[in-house]
Ligand binder design. Sequence first.
Ligand code: SR1
Ligand code: MG
Length: 406
Amino acid sequence: MYRPLDVDTIIDYVREHPMAAEHVNTDGEFESVEVGDGNLNLVFKVFDRTSERSLLLKQALPYVRAAGEDWPLSPERAAFEARALEIEHRYAPGLVPEPYWFDEVLMLNAMENLGDHKVIRFPMMEAKRYRDLGATIGDFLARTLYATSDFALDAADKREIMQGFFNVELCRITEDLVFTEPYLPDAPRNRWNPRIDDDVADFQADDQLKAEAAKLKYRFMNFGQALIHGDLHTGSIMANDHDVRVIDPEFAFFGPMGFDVGAFVGNLFLSAASHEIHSRDPDRRLDYRRYLLGEARAAWTTFEDGFRGRLAEVSSPSWGSRAFQDDFMHSVLQDTAGFAGCKMLRRIVGFAHVADLDSIEDLDERARAERIAIRIGRELVSSHARIASFDDVLRIAGDALEVSHG
Ligand code: SR1
Ligand code: MG
């Protein structure tokens, strides 16, 4: 029967689970710690002190952890995560944690514990740089999105895989929190810094912005291009000095590819905006912002090159036309821009914020950073259908961040 585990019962669970012996000495001396810092789940690290091996176990709670039991949410999301992680690991081994087993009773995924990797959002607040961050994410996206698209899969096979990804509840969260509530003046779950009241009222009264956001929402709901991660912000990436991994695919479903690319790019821009305050020294700030914009460019170019390279080998004659391929990549680029903007605005006005900005204690200072992010987010959403190249995306961000994009 389902029951939430704790730091003691997780050890009993590991000792008794038949799969655990492949990864740790189940007769060993265990220590455990709960390290979940996301909005939804329990995350345990269990260390076997006799063999120095370890496991990571992620258990879905029957509610939204960040909100409490008043916001119920089926723990079945762990099953979506299990299916998505297995597919990501098949097509991008080494870029995600290795899945070990899924427990469908406890709604728990056991996987590789990534040694000294950290969730990158927090070190990036201290201007940490990661080797090949953007290129690795671009590679992950090219691999996973291509492999689960109509270009790589027979139509019947794709539809069969899609049956396992009607991720209704988590898509609903995204539809509400990303695309709907930030644009409504009276949505009860919205919260924002009171110092930006006027900025929020202004964008919530912008009919053109709201129409573009509605188009993006409709696309999110109706454009099952590929199996997307669905929540690829900088809290879903762990890294150390030589290795970058994508974690937490519980929001996975068949959706528009640009949603994933845009989530990553938008979160780099949120970080860049937050360095208005985190980096007091103007030279260091400029330097770090250049780094972040460079990683955004690397993500896009690696994704585009990787995707185009695979498309060049496509077997179906339907997709071989160069004009079709150019048009396809252009539409993913425009989606990337629009979704990046939506993902930025929702982190300032919606229910779930980001530590990059919320850690800035002085509300006037936070407002300075937030206004930069709002300017980028609004422009990306409003103009996404006019974006011609990734330079346009970088120009929008660079103008607000006072970084020349070239
Ligand atoms: C209620 S969950 C809030 C947010 O956390 C996740 O990381 C997703 O981004 C979701 O929108
Ligand atoms: Mg997550």
